[in-house]
Design a protein. Structure first.
Length: 164
């Protein structure tokens, strides 16, 4: 019998890196813009300065939140990738406001890049991207954390919202 055989895995079972879900959404937005039809949120071409301003705002917000969240994971000594073992529940920094600050940060980064790639299509596809992140990643992580940490995680879930 090999090591770990017959024992439950000690991770969330998320094999596909979550950031790639957002990248695939952006790729789909770009492909739709390029091969189907350009699509703008307000029905007209957005001035470049406005588009770049929105992009910069979302990118900066997302990057700051992502660095803050990863920093707290590292400071707590637990893994950032859901394929690895989680050693503790992180409840400080951005985790006191949202249980998923990294996925929220990636959504902001997605919107920032989406304003440059295809503002309209990226907004249309964002709910689909978040749906995939929720069903493929977050639900698995929540089941894993509930199994692993029991009441402590359930109490954390009661105190802190999933997104914002």
């Amino acid at each position: 019998m090999s090591e770990g055989e017959g024992q439950p895995r000690d991770n969330a079972g998320v094999w596909f890196p979550p950031p790639l879900i957002y990248v695939l959404g952006l790729l789909a937005a770009w492909l739709l813009k390029r091969f189907v039809a350009p699509f703008s949120v307000n029905g007209s071409t957005v001035a470049p300065v406005v588009r770049i301003s929105y992009s910069a705002l979302f990118l900066v917000l997302g990057l700051v939140l992502l660095v803050w969240a990863i920093g707290w994971f590292r400071k707590s000594g637990t893994a950032t990738f859901p394929l690895h073992t989680t050693t503790r529940i992180v409840e400080h920094g951005p985790y006191q406001f949202t249980r998923n600050p990294m996925y929220l940060a990636m959504a902001f980064i997605y919107l920032g890049l989406g304003t440059l790639v295809s503002w309209g299509w990226s907004i249309v596809l964002l709910p689909i991207v978040l749906f995939v992140v929720y069903f493929y990643v977050i639900r698995r992580e929540e089941r894993y954390l509930s199994r692993k940490f029991g009441r402590a995680y359930l109490e954390y879930k009661e105190r802190v919202r999933r997104w914002i």
